[in-house]
Design a protein around this ligand. Structure first.
Ligand code: SAM
Ligand code: SF4
Length: 461
């Protein structure tokens, strides 16, 4: 359904605070789209906003406490504006809203709207109801309708910039890993239809986007309804996206090892638009812990998968997530994780101390690992991962790689972009190359980026 802007709607200021993953970044942008027909325009600070949305994340430690502390700050703003005769609507969205909705209304009665991640297409109605009734509105059901069918067309491009964009294609999860809240906060797995994904991608490409990152909690479990009524998987979708004029790079995140099939592996070999960088979380290298986590694969199955991916695409780089100190993790289990890291070699990785999420099976499990043990293990793992990341970045020096330039660099005369492996790269070069993919010879490795020189101004795409 497409809503047209209401030309008569008064202009109002909207400030959205976004915490958490890329999907939340995408959701925040879409909430902005939904509210635009009501006259809401984004502003950078909460102080002048008629409506403030706090889009929350529940994935790790003390999520709810952080929300209440931020709400305390927003309350002061609301009160100060009220003293000047102005109304401020405060909405809490995202996964903490989903999990702790009633608690939020009880502890922060000045909050006007609480909405879960599946209901933000209903925001205009909630705003109207909150204004009418004068009391709080809570919407944390998992509606039967698909929110994507009820959203206005996305204002392309989305963040993070003009030439790269996120596009959510799949949500929710049915895998129920022992430690994770996602199946409870984002609900059952569902995929957007192929047509709506392609339409959004075309709009993005027309507005200048060259690189698209497909998002989903389990993005490679994608199974959207195709225009012909059949079910399309991620591979088929990626091939269709690659046909869109202007789109030269496709990424997808986050993948689950269990959903990595032969067709997708082959696409990494055969589809040049698919970037050679894959985020494939493993969480642990111990079979015992993987079983306790309910991950559905062993460490050797992960190694074998990596082997097949690299056989198909030798320059494929991998990143991963690790959880350290899952209940029951012994020194031996931790060593198995270190060994898996040594065996695979990661270009990038995110590692977290296990933190119990209320309501998940692992939270109540016996043999919780003491904090000091988790700290020591995490430090050792991060040291190893950092060494691997440094070695990977160092291996780029001397190579010529295609860089999609997305903006100006920090220093005068510099332009900056990303390599196929997501590394930030900057060169001295003309602004007119921004938005183009150009060969760059990498000459130096800096702490978090690479420096290079333009090989020639021969444009790839
Ligand atoms: N679907 C993805 C997968 O299966 O790998 C992960 C999505 S989750 C939103 C992102 C990451 O947060 C996970 O890979 C995990 O490493 C981390 N995470 C989730 N729950 C956690 C917990 N209770 N404690 C610590 N880290 C956690
Ligand atoms: Fe959470 Fe990912 Fe496991 Fe689903 S597969 S439960 S999103 S960690």
């Amino acid at each position: 359904m497409t809503r047209t802007p209401d030309q008569t709607a008064p202009s109002r200021a909207l400030h959205v605070i976004t915490w958490g993953c890329q999907m939340n970044v995408y959701d925040s942008a879409r909430m902005g789209d939904v509210l635009r027909p009501l006259g809401y325009q984004p502003v950078d600070t909460p102080d002048t906003a008629d409506m403030i949305i706090l889009n929350t994340c529940h994935i790790r430690d003390r999520a709810a406490e952080k929300v209440f502390s931020e709400l305390g700050r927003l309350r002061l703003i609301k009160e100060a504006r009220k003293a000047e005769g102005q109304q401020t609507i405060i909405a809490v969205a995202g996964c903490v809203a989903q999990a702790e909705g009633q608690e939020i209304l009880a502890r922060a009665p000045y909050v006007d709207i609480v909405l879960g991640p599946q209901t933000y297409h209903r925001l205009p109605e909630m705003v109207a109801r909150a204004a009418r009734a004068g009391n709080a509105v809570i919407e944390t059901d998992f509606p039967t309708e698909q929110k994507f069918d009820f959203l206005p067309e996305a204002e392309a491009p989305q963040t993070p910039g003009n030439y790269t964009a996120f596009l959510t294609i799949q949500e929710g999860c049915d895998k129920f890993c022992s430690f994770c809240v996602v199946p409870y906060t984002r609900g059952a797995e569902s995929s957007r239809s192929v047509q709506s994904v392609l339409a959004e991608a075309r709009r993005m490409a027309q507005s200048g986007v060259r690189e698209i990152s497909l998002l989903g909690q389990n993005v490679n479990a994608y199974h959207g309804e195709g225009p012909d009524g059949t079910v399309w998987d991620l591979t088929r979708l990626a091939y269709a996206l690659a046909e869109i004029p202007g789109l030269s790079r496709i990424r997808y995140t986050t993948s689950h090892p269990r959903d990595m099939n032969d067709a997708l592996i082959a696409a990494h070999r055969d589809l040049p638009e698919l970037m050679p960088f894959l985020h494939l979380p493993v969480q642990s290298g111990s079979d015992r812990i993987l079983r306790a986590m309910n991950r559905g694969h062993t460490a050797d199955e992960y190694r074998d998968l990596v082997h097949r991916l690299r056989a198909a695409k030798p320059d494929l780089a991998l990143s991963s997530d690790f959880i350290i100190g899952h209940p029951g993790e012994t020194d031996e289990d931790f060593e198995a994780t270190m060994q898996l890291v040594r065996d695979v070699g990661f270009a990038l990785a995110y590692s977290f101390k296990y933190s119990p999420r209320p309501g998940t099976p692992a939270a109540g499990a016996p043999l919780q690992v003491p904090e000091d043990v988790k700290d020591a293990r995490l430090q050792a793992l991060q040291k190893l991962l950092r060494e691997q990341q440094d070695a990977f970045n160092a291996s780029m020096v001397g190579k010529t790689v295609p860089v999609l330039f997305t903006g100006k660099g920090r220093k005068p005369g510099q332009i900056a972009g990303r390599s196929p492996w997501l590394q930030p790269v900057h060169v001295i070069g003309p602004d007119r190359l921004i938005g183009q993919t150009v060969p760059v010879r990498i000459t130096e490795r800096l702490t978090n980026s690479l420096g290079g020189i333009l090989e020639e101004e021969n444009v790839y795409a």
